[in-house]
Design a binder for this molecule. Structure first.
Ligand SMILES: [Zn+2]
Length: 441
């Protein structure tokens, strides 16, 4: 194991406390601005922590309380393109009754920091904050400009956070050609001397839709051949039961090859899910990146048992792979069929970049320097992140929030899960990796 550069002692000592403090600021995002004031408090807290070490920042509000913070740390060579390091401040709701600790306590227990946001994604927020504070105190300057963005509203689609900044304040990101954030950089243990580190290079696009069927209203006791509920349900059942064809995108090809190599198995290209199962629960997240999906999630029709309503509607959560948008919509239209209208509720692009170039080389080198059993591999995220917004400014976006995790930790289940927590040692590891990575990139 390589030695820890001495100046990082401060960052490694304070990162757990910074994360606890940040978790204690309840930034629950319910999707309503009426309850979004926590983001303002969190942004001001970050501003204060930066200010303590002489780093100036600006806070922008899209709506009252929906605050995002941006700071620029000047690099040694200001003629080089800048790197964006972004993280969201908001979290999904948590019910204290379901948790072992209060979800907004930020409690340290058994070597973990517990609380909502511990892995999604106040961990990365705190690691980056601890690192740049350490740099400022010890006089470290990054090789090129680093733009820090701590944003609101990611958990509701980012409209009032990253989306807003990109639309209204694109100048803040001038010169940024690459970005890092969630979800990726975490380890999956294959054996004692081999850990895969999953770096996100792609994410699926989002197509949330409403399906509406119309029919002839009438009395529930009569014979009736034009029932909106029946028509809608047939379409919903076709969509929900359909398995879209397997589509291996470049990052998933690389990912599957890495799994074959790491585990010494041959994967049936027609059914790669079977082999992915050995990755444990993380396979649920990754398996969904092998094909487009469309899951019905909400139904709405009628108001009385004996009244046939004139219309019925359903909501479907659709996700498509990069390059698959048209094909997805074509297949979806065929499934929905005649007599049912489809409208988009939320529609956002898929994101993909390649796992190569100087920035990726720096990630790989930094991981290997801190873990000689590290093997970084690209993967596609089935969910969406703020990368969708920043990609619109032409940036290559990576999910790289490095964490070396204990082999038995069910990491995937912690995202939006009960008893979300992160090992303190993993945070310290992450800081060391980020330090090497950012100083070399
Ligand atoms: Zn997140």
């Amino acid at each position: 194991m390589a030695e820890t550069p001495a100046p990082l002692a401060g960052a490694q000592a304070e990162v757990a406390e910074l994360l606890s403090d940040l978790i204690r600021i309840d930034t629950t995002n319910t999707g309503s601005t009426a309850t979004g004031a926590g983001e303002r408090a969190a942004a001001e807290w970050v501003a204060g922590k930066l200010d303590e070490v002489g780093i100036g920042s600006q806070i922008f509000e899209s709506e009252r309380g929906r605050a995002s913070l941006v700071a620029r740390i000047p690099g040694a060579d200001r003629s080089r393109p800048a790197l964006l390091v972004h993280g969201h401040l908001d979290v999904v709701p948590a019910d204290p009754a379901e948790w072992s600790v209060h979800p907004f306590s930020g409690e340290e227990r058994d070597g973990y920091i517990w609380g909502r946001g511990a892995v999604d994604m106040k961990d990365m927020d705190a690691m980056v904050l601890a690192l740049v504070r350490d740099w400022a105190r010890t006089g470290v300057q990054p090789p090129r400009d680093i733009v820090l963005a701590y944003v609101a509203d990611e958990e509701a689609g980012g409209k009032l956070g990253a989306h807003f900044l990109v639309d209204e304040h694109a100048d803040l990101f001038e010169g940024c050609t690459e970005a890092i954030s969630e979800v990726g950089g975490f380890s999956i243990t294959v054996r004692d001397d081999l850990r895969l580190y999953l770096v996100q290079t792609a994410e699926k696009g989002l197509a949330w839709m409403r399906l509406t069927a119309a029919g002839r209203p009438g009395h529930g006791s009569f014979e009736h051949d034009d029932n909106a509920v029946t028509r809608l349900c047939e379409a919903v059942a076709r969509v929900g039961a359909h398995r879209f064809p397997l589509t291996l995108t470049p990052p998933m090809r690389q990912f599957i090859a890495a799994i074959e190599d790491a585990y010494g198995v041959e994967i049936d290209p027609a059914e790669p899910e079977l082999a992915l199962a050995r990755l444990g629960s993380i396979s649920r997240m990754i398996g969904a990146a092998l094909r487009n999906t469309a899951n019905p999630t909400m139904l709405d029709a009628g108001y009385k048992a004996n009244v046939i309503p004139g219309s019925a509607s359903a909501t479907v959560d659709g996700r498509f792979l990069y390059g698959q948008e048209e094909e997805f919509e074509r297949q979806l239209a065929a499934l929905i069929g005649e007599g049912v209208q489809r409208e988009w509720l939320v529609h956002d692009q898929a994101v993909e970049t390649t796992f190569d170039g100087a920035l990726v080389d720096s990630m790989v080198a930094a991981l290997k320097a801190e873990d000689d059993g590290a093997r970084p591999v690209p993967f596609t995220m089935s969910g969406g992140t703020d990368a969708k917004s920043f990609q619109r400014l032409g940036m290559r976006c990576f999910g790289f929030s490095p964490l070396r995790l204990p082999p038995d930790l069910d990491f995937a289940s912690l995202f939006h899960g009960i008893d979300e927590r992160v090992p303190v040692e993993s945070l310290r590891f992450g800081i060391r990796v980020l330090d090497r990575f950012l100083r070399a990139s």
